[in-house]
Write a protein of this length. Structure first.
Length: 73
């Protein structure tokens, strides 16, 4: 449903490095992924979601943080 509306999707994960391959296998169609072990920050620290903003929507770089939706399962 979101893809049909041209919404970019990414995953921010606090999982450890050994689980990266499983995440990539389960969610192959994500536009971007950010892992806490790579970023050096874990959710809810906003530094883990910033790579998504830069890579997923570069044309909206100046968009306020309130316009980015982050949610977890």
């Amino acid at each position: 449903m979101l893809r049909g509306r041209d919404v970019a999707l990414g995953i921010s994960s606090n999982l450890a490095k050994p689980y990266r391959a499983a995440v990539e296998q389960l969610f192959p169609s994500m536009n971007n992924q950010a892992f806490s072990f790579e970023i050096g920050a874990a959710k809810p620290d906003p530094r883990i979601t910033r790579p998504h903003w830069r890579d997923l929507i570069p044309s909206q770089e100046g968009l306020p943080e309130q316009m980015h939706l982050n949610f977890g399962l």
